[in-house]
Write a protein that binds this ligand. Structure first.
Ligand SMILES: Cc1cc2nc3c(=O)[nH]c(=O)nc-3n(C[C@H](O)[C@H](O)[C@H](O)COP(=O)(O)OP(=O)(O)OC[C@H]3O[C@@H](n4cnc5c(N)ncnc54)[C@H](O)[C@@H]3O)c2cc1C
Length: 326
């Protein structure tokens, strides 16, 4: 009998752990080998407890939300994989002026656990007439993944980090601390969590009062844009980060376009396929799993793209998706 499994069950409860759980069942790419130990958590206390248990047993931890931005190795992930299903969110507070015995809200704080589905949170905030997250309508995944990646709607320069006010983090040493927006050093596709390895437990977003109809219009615009520019099918979203404006000027691209998809397209790679991994013909920065693609097929395609784009434009491309288990 597996000793670590016994210990995990002792701490976290019997029959909760899954052993050798195929990660392909939990990623939007439908790719990924087995997680050595896999656990669903639905409360923050449980999440913290699971991380502490892994630490005690010298197991590495990988936490994921929607699995919409990861490539998991074919050989899988060693250690404990935690699926974050902590989905509580609520209005935390409101400020405004009393007029005719009615509170005219001008700002509100909304609390969300890190496993909350972004789309649910966005819909809730729009429905409350609160502005800040509306352009994230149609963004797959959870609050945790969105903060970790500082996910965005680039057409409007709208980032999830823009409206983050406060957050609770679990540090690697097991301590929990509260931080404000400046802690995250948000940048394009980046937050400090990618360096520190801290886990986002919960977040508070600061949102401004806005006309609900206008918010739905903005949200719908973003949703339609995503729908019309992103291919359907199994993928992990954009594969590469866009290039810098300096690189775009040096190439130069028309209108200084920084889109990695544009470069991949111009390198003639749309539709290129390795195994069942194929560069989308609709949006060249998306790699699609056409059936039984392996992570290795995707990575071979990634290397090919990097080399062809570099040959043609002398522009290095960097992965946006996160790789795990390699
Ligand atoms: C069809 C499609 C469309 C997409 N469109 C967009 C788009 O318009 N804009 C955009 O920016 N992105 C887009 N993406 C990428 C992706 O959806 C986002 O990056 C999303 O925010 C990731 O969230 P997730 O919960 O799925 O993260 P996951 O894939 O589960 O995890 C991503 C990374 O975040 C880490 N992480 C997750 N939760 C936590 C936590 N609580 N604490 C610390 N680290 C954590 C994971 O360990 C992992 O390294 C798209 C993806 C797909 C498949």
């Amino acid at each position: 009998m597996d000793k670590k499994l016994q210990e995990l069950e002792k701490i976290l409860g019997k029959h909760r752990m899954r052993v050798d759980e195929p990660m392909s069942a939990h990623t939007t790419f439908k790719i990924g080998g087995p997680a050595q130990y896999y656990l669903d958590v639905a409360t923050i206390d449980d999440l913290v407890k699971a991380v502490a248990a892994a630490k005690k047993l010298n197991l590495s931890v990988f936490i994921f939300g929607g699995g919409s931005n990861v490539i998991v190795a074919d050989s899988g992930i060693r250690g404990l994989v935690i699926k974050n299903n902590c989905r509580r969110f609520e209005m935390a507070s409101m400020t405004g002026k009393i007029k005719n015995r009615q509170l005219n809200v001008d700002r509100a704080l909304v609390y969300a656990e890190s496993g909350v589905i972004m789309n649910q949170l966005v819909r809730f905030t729009i429905d409350q007439g609160l502005s800040g997250l509306e352009y994230q309508l149609g963004l797959p995944g959870t609050v945790g993944g969105a903060v970790y990646m500082n996910s965005n709607f680039p057409k409007k320069d709208a980032y999830v980090g823009d409206s983050l006010y406060r957050a609770k983090l679990l540090a690697k040493d097991g301590t929990i601390h509260e931080v404000d927006n400046s802690y995250f050093h948000f940048a394009y596709d980046k937050s400090i969590l990618q360096e520190t390895g801290e886990i986002l437990l919960s977040a508070v977003f600061r949102l401004d009062k806005e006309d609900k109809k206008l918010l739905w219009e903005r949200g719908t615009e973003a949703l339609k844009y995503r729908d019309s520019t992103q291919p359907k099918g199994a993928s992990a979203g954009c594969t590469f980060r866009n290039i810098s404006i300096v690189d775009a000027m040096a190439i130069p691209t028309p209108q200084r376009i920084t889109s990695a998809g544009y470069l991949i397209d111009k390198a003639g790679l749309k539709g290129k396929r390795i195994g069942d991994a194929m560069i989308s013909t609709m949006h060249a920065n998306f790699i699609l799993n056409m059936g039984q693609a392996r992570a290795q097929d995707v990575l071979t395609l990634v290397e090919l793209i990097k080399s062809e784009v570099n040959k043609k434009f002398r522009a290095p491309l960097h992965l946006e998706v996160k790789t795990v288990g390699f």
